[in-house]
Unconditional design. Structure first.
Length: 342
């Protein structure tokens, strides 16, 4: 019997990408689609790429529209998820693409988001140690942020193997879709085209505590992270350059061996052949993460570069992958490893 799924926030970028993937999922039947300002519109008017659902009408995001489904994806602004989830009942699988339930530390949540902490749900990054076990059978999933996905997959193997000192530096370029669909002057084409710029500099970006949480869990000690995001003139994609000082004895061979072992059985993480570097175009529209590692002998630093599509593996792909695990169906259903480059 098909799994009946609703999507709240179906007019937005994350909700639209969830629907694109669900359209190709063989065990899913798409039910209610909800929105906020766009409630009452045909989906085709705001998401014309979603042809199979074009004539669906967007409902208001209210519990009565979302009840009666096996799975509800929430792709809402931060702070909106707890109230909706609270009205859905414990037997419904709620997959939250927002940040509300990602952090375990209430103090860190309040420091970066400025609102009371809603709680902590199993974390939807299955490739992290222990994550699949926590997701299996769960009825709540917190989908990671797009940058923490790219950075955690890049650095967790090094920390888990004790190859890196507990202080990482990350500079990551992102496409503009990471900021959502709402109009913002700094995202106008005339501001973004032909230009790159940093934002959230100096430890202020809200994904920093999420990266610290994941890397510290792998390292078994607190890992400090200096994170600088930059906005790149592209719609989708993240290219994260992550580095940390190497622990004594690290060699390029030991580093590569750790990453080969960590990801040899992971369908959505590809360690590229030596000398080949990740590019955002290669993972666009796919649930893949591409990685490359290097050991900078002169600086004595491990350097790991990762590429993800922020909307696919960085949000909706990770959400669907986590749904599959939670429901006990094939983890790869509805997901592709193939990008759309060029
Ligand atoms: N974009 C990305 O790369 C990523 C996004 N996410 C997360 O996914 C969530 C959605 O982000 P994204 O799709 O980018 O944002 P968008 O701005 O593109 O979409 C927001 C969605 O939420 C709806 N909405 C807006 N205000 C409210 C409200 N007050 N109550 C209920 N619904 C509301 C909008 O409806 P309407 O259009 O009708 O107003 C729209 O459907 C966020 O939590 C974001 O952090 C996570 C990882 C990456
Ligand atoms: C370009 C841009 O603004 N990107 C967003 C990434 C948002 C994201 O991945 O997710 P959450 O909002 O769910 O945490 C940012 O840096 O805040």
């Amino acid at each position: 019997m098909a799994v009946r799924v609703a999507v709240a926030g179906a007019s937005g970028y994350a909700g639209g990408e969830v629907l694109r993937l669900l359209a190709g999922h063989p065990e899913v039947e798409v039910g209610a689609l909800t929105a906020h300002a766009n409630a009452g519109q045909r989906l085709g008017a705001v998401q014309p790429q979603l042809v199979p659902f074009a004539d669906r009408v967007l409902e208001a995001t209210e519990a009565r529209e979302l009840r009666g489904h096996d799975v509800v994806f929430l792709a809402l602004p931060h702070g909106q998820s707890a109230a909706v989830a609270g009205e859905l009942g414990d037997s419904v699988l709620v997959v939250d693409c927002g940040a509300d339930f990602r952090l375990a530390d209430a103090g860190e949540w309040e420091r970066f988001y400025g609102t009371p902490h809603a709680g902590t749900w199993p974390y939807g990054l299955p490739e992290l140690p222990g994550a699949r076990e926590a997701l299996k059978g769960s009825r709540r999933v917190a989908v990671p942020g797009c940058f923490p996905t790219a950075v955690s997959l890049a650095l967790v193997p090094a920390y888990a193997a004790g190859l890196a000192e507990p202080e990482a530096v990350v500079v990551a370029a992102t496409g503009t879709s990471g900021a959502g669909k709402a109009l913002k002057p700094h995202l106008l084409g005339s501001e973004v085209m032909g230009s790159m710029s940093p934002y959230g500099v100096g430890g202020t970006h809200r994904h920093t505590p999420e990266m610290i949480q994941n890397l510290s869990a792998a390292a078994g000690q607190r890992v400090r992270v200096s994170f600088t995001p930059t906005l790149a003139p592209m719609s989708r994609g993240i290219l994260a350059t992550c580095s940390a000082k190497a622990e004594p004895g690290t060699t390029v061979e030991s580093l590569r061996a750790v990453y080969e072992k960590a990801y040899q059985d992971e369908p959505f993480v590809t360690l590229l052949p030596e000398g080949q570097w990740p590019a955002t175009a290669s993972v666009q529209g796919s649930n893949s993460v591409h990685l490359q590692v290097a050991y900078d002998q002169e600086a004595d630093r491990i350097v790991v570069v990762s590429a993800v599509d922020n909307l696919t593996k960085g949000t909706a792909g990770g959400a669907v992958q986590s749904m599959n695990i939670a429901l006990g169906i094939d983890e790869g259903l509805g997901l592709s490893t193939i990008g759309v480059a060029p």
